[in-house]
Design a protein around this ligand. Structure first.
Ligand code: FAD
Length: 400
């Protein structure tokens, strides 16, 4: 139950709830829905506007584990997008020859669902269920995290000051958020790995053709659907490239060269350089603050596992918090970080392997000509390999 009181001297509105969720992205809105369905009070505090959050384009696939998890929680509809292709297809081209690398089998339930559609559907479900979601929260700060009653302070868009005291804070505010930054120095260990190449990431208003990944002497290229008339393109490039070096004509011509195919073009609405990094923070908690999703770790987009990990953390956390609040059993909360980290390191290992493999097989300036040839041999060996199919299925289903 959220109670409201006013403290006269500060003119600050003071409230209470059980969990404050910082951030209304994939992890935050999934957690909000699960908490409501579990009968646990929560308030979501988001620094951006609803329009901004629901239009932010990023990932495009929810994997088998995610689809099954939403189904179990009675939320299967949140991964449905009428504008996306119903079945995951595509392939990998090496110098123009298509290899149908076994990225799944009949067990796969992965679906195309652009991240902004997932977030929009989750937000609608949360608000329809009576959820408390506060957009455009300014100057969000987390206090008393080391006590059993932490407080989240922020200012509303009208300038009024708010303080929400709670039992737990869920830091779901991404890699650059305030949650992890609120942990005192020295409490968390950061493990990070920088890759010696970047991606030019482009959003185009054009149907996705060709579709998949291409390996070429000039580097990796990829193109994936983001709805009926939108696609995301990626081009491997040196880490110090800038978007200005990539006029639209160069992007389309380079995509065609690397795919060795004609490409469907359209207006380019966004282009940016994305440095490829793997980062993990350990432990994923401090006092009553628990870090979920990108707030605790990031994987390079080549692995396409950022959403998977955000949803995995969320499910571990909801089970732990419900066990504590409903049954007084804190053991799952105590092991939250260890449970998530075991899973995360397996996915980081996969992310490093697939990212290096796909990039080394392209432009020899990174791994050298010898590495390029071994990477190509490895990729061709993965084609129709039962053990590769098993690995991709295990990753998809969250069994690692
Ligand atoms: P986010 O989605 O970042 O949500 C965090 C929320 O917190 C945001 O709404 C933000 O506005 C809010 N916030 C931030 N600071 C504050 C604050 N101080 N106070 C309150 N709120 C705050 N993953 C895949 O699985 N597949 C892909 O193909 C893929 N492609 C990607 C492509 C790109 C270009 C990028 C950038 C990422 C990609 N990812 C992909 C990664 C994926 O998008 C992330 O892993 C995922 O968004 C993590 O979800 P999250 O909820 O943890 O964080």
């Amino acid at each position: 139950m959220v109670e409201t009181a006013k403290t006269a001297e500060t003119a600050e509105t003071a409230e209470n709830t059980t969990v404050v969720i910082i951030g209304a992205g994939a992890a935050g809105m999934t957690l909000g829905n699960f908490l409501l369905r579990s009968g646990v009070d929560c308030v979501v505090v988001e620094k951006r506007s609803r329009t901004y959050v629901e239009q932010r384009q990023r990932a495009g696939v929810v994997d088998t584990r995610g689809v099954r998890m939403f189904r179990e929680w009675g939320l299967e509809h949140v991964v449905k997008d009428a504008a996306s292709p119903p079945v995951i297809t595509g392939g990998t081209w090496i110098d123009g020859v298509m290899y149908d690398i076994a990225f799944g089998d009949d067990e796969s339930e992965a679906v195309f669902c652009p991240q902004q559609v997932l977030v929009r559907n989750l937000t609608n479900a949360f608000l329809e269920a009576g959820g408390d979601l506060r957009y455009e929260a300014l100057d969000v700060s987390l206090e008393d995290l080391g006590t059993d009653r932490p407080t989240v302070r922020y200012r509303s868009p009208d300038g009024s000051a708010k303080a929400v005291t709670c039992e737990y804070v869920a830091g779901c505010d991404g890699f650059h958020g305030v949650s992890r930054a609120s942990v005192p120095a020295g409490e968390l260990t950061a493990y990070s790995h920088e890759y010696p190449y970047s991606w030019l990431s482009v959003l185009a208003e054009a149907p996705c053709a060709p579709f998949g990944m291409a390996i070429h002497d000039r580097g990796l290229a990829a193109r994936f659907p983001r709805g009926a008339n939108a696609s995301r393109l990626y081009l491997q490039c040196p880490g110090d490239d800038t978007p200005e070096q990539w006029p639209d004509e160069r992007i389309w011509s380079e995509l065609g060269t690397r795919f060795c195919a004609d490409v469907t073009t359209g207006p380019i609405v966004d282009k940016r350089i994305v440095p490829l990094r793997s980062v993990v923070f350990d432990p994923m908690r401090y006092g009553r603050l628990y870090l979920l999703g990108d707030a605790a770790h990031i994987v390079p987009p080549m692995s396409a596992k950022g959403i998977h990990l955000a949803l995995y953390d969320t499910e571990v956390f909801i089970r732990a918090i419900v066990a504590k609040i409903k049954d007084g059993d804190g053991s799952l909360l105590d092991s939250y970080s260890d449970t998530c980290l075991r899973h995360i390191w397996n996915y980081q290992a996969y992310a490093v392997w697939i990212t290096d493999l796909m990039h080394n097989a392209g432009d020899a300036s990174y791994g050298g000509a010898f590495r390029k040839e071994t990477a190509r041999a490895e990729l061709q060996r993965l084609n129709n390999s039962p053990s590769a199919a098993r690995l991709f299925n295990d990753l998809n289903a969250g069994r690692l």
